[in-house]
Design a binder for this molecule. Structure first.
Ligand code: NI
Length: 153
């Protein structure tokens, strides 16, 4: 019986392990200001505008943590989302929630608390704690129009 290339491709695709991306969302509320101490008040205001207000301002942040992996045949899961939720809460959102990001958070100390800098810090905290699969991205939404994503590059 002749073997068709199509048959081979079908079998190959069926046997190939499928990579799935799973995401957990967590939310936190926090205050910050964008202010460079090396600049004057006027320079800060000119660059950062209202974000540099000395009395700070708040956001309802949404954090999305995405893990890439292959579903475990015994559990059907890449990583148990209950466990991922706990890891994110314990090491990230509990540290940020209802905090002043310029002053209160040890892992942001001495850093401009912009969403760009926060996602990189969160990546460094979470990446070593992912047991199955690997960290794929951290997304942080600051306002309905502004968000950043980090892929570990
Ligand atoms: Ni802001």
């Amino acid at each position: 019986m002749p073997i068709f290339a199509g048959d081979f491709l079908m079998r190959y695709m069926a046997e190939k392990q499928k990579i799935v991306y799973i995401t957990r969302r967590e939310r936190f509320n926090a205050a910050h200001k964008l202010y460079n101490n090396k600049w004057s008040v006027e320079e800060n205001e000119a660059f950062f505008g209202k974000c540099s207000n000395k009395y700070y301002h708040g956001h309802n942040f949404e954090l999305f943590v995405t893990i890439k992996g292959i579903a475990n045949p015994d559990t059907g899961m890449v990583m148990d989302l209950k466990k991922l939720k706990q890891v994110i809460k314990d090491s990230v959102t509990e540290q940020l929630d209802h905090k002043n990001l310029n002053e209160d958070v040890p892992f942001l100390k001495g850093m401009m608390p912009s969403i760009e800098n926060i996602v990189v810090s969160v990546w460094d905290i979470l990446a070593p704690q992912i047991e199955n699969g690997q960290l794929h991205s951290i997304k942080l939404i600051e306002t309905e129009n502004n968000f950043v994503e980090y892929f570990g590059e």
